[in-house]
Ligand binder design. Sequence first.
Ligand SMILES: Nc1ncnc2c1ncn2[C@@H]1O[C@H](COP(=O)(O)OP(=O)(O)O)[C@@H](O)[C@H]1O
Ligand SMILES: [Mg+2]
Length: 251
Amino acid sequence: MTVILETKDVHLAYGQKEALHGIDLSFADNSITALIGPSGCGKSTFLRCLNRMNDLIPDTTITGSFQFHQQDIYAPTTNLVELRKKIGMVFQQPNPFPFSVYDNVTYGLKLTGQTDRRFLDEQVERALKQAAVWNEVKDDLDKNAMSFSGGQQQRICIARLLAVQPDIILLDEPTSALDPISSAQIESTLMTLKKDYCIIIVTHNLQQASRIADQTAFMLNGDLIEFDLTSKMFTQPAQQATSDYLNGKFG
Ligand SMILES: Nc1ncnc2c1ncn2[C@@H]1O[C@H](COP(=O)(O)OP(=O)(O)O)[C@@H](O)[C@H]1O
Ligand SMILES: [Mg+2]
């Protein structure tokens, strides 16, 4: 496995209040990393740093280093549109655009000026297949994406992101608004996708982390407490706080 994204000493403050107190993490290609920890510990904040979504929140101060391949994510020359194509994000609530499945999946490609119908058709099929939703929508590509089930919408959103050939997929509690069957489908989709991508998932579902993640990072109150192979952390955590959290002593 090759590390493609590495953060060092990441601090983030909302106004005067520091929410991340120095986070060092590294993420490898072809793997799934889970970020776990109680509500409010900074998981989403950290995840948003990785494709500069926190830039949209006024009065945030971010320091530390973010190396993506050989690039500094926070360099003034970074093109944010390109960055967010390479490092795409999926949210808790599926958020397809209120137009057809086809137009959702081709949205990013059309923004880059792609108009070749055959190329677009091929990419739609590829992305929807990769997101494991092709069979369910292939006869309804003209239908409004919002008319599908929550789980299907979430996989359409994953396809929309895959269409622009990302390197890294960020997911912030992508199954917490879904029923168990849809959640299981997303998990199995992610297990397949990790063969080709670096996947970073925030989850408060410990079973989900243990099922799908190669590495897990445990955060608490803005600190990274422990980062290890999931199999190791869940059986032999190095820190008492990790053990207490995994055993449900606090939530
Ligand atoms: N936009 C924001 N403005 C101010 N404070 C925020 C904002 N977003 C999150 N926070 C605060 O930062 C801390 C971490 O929040 P968050 O990253 O959402 O945690 P998690 O995703 O682990 O539940 C919390 O104390 C939260 O209240
Ligand atoms: Mg969150």
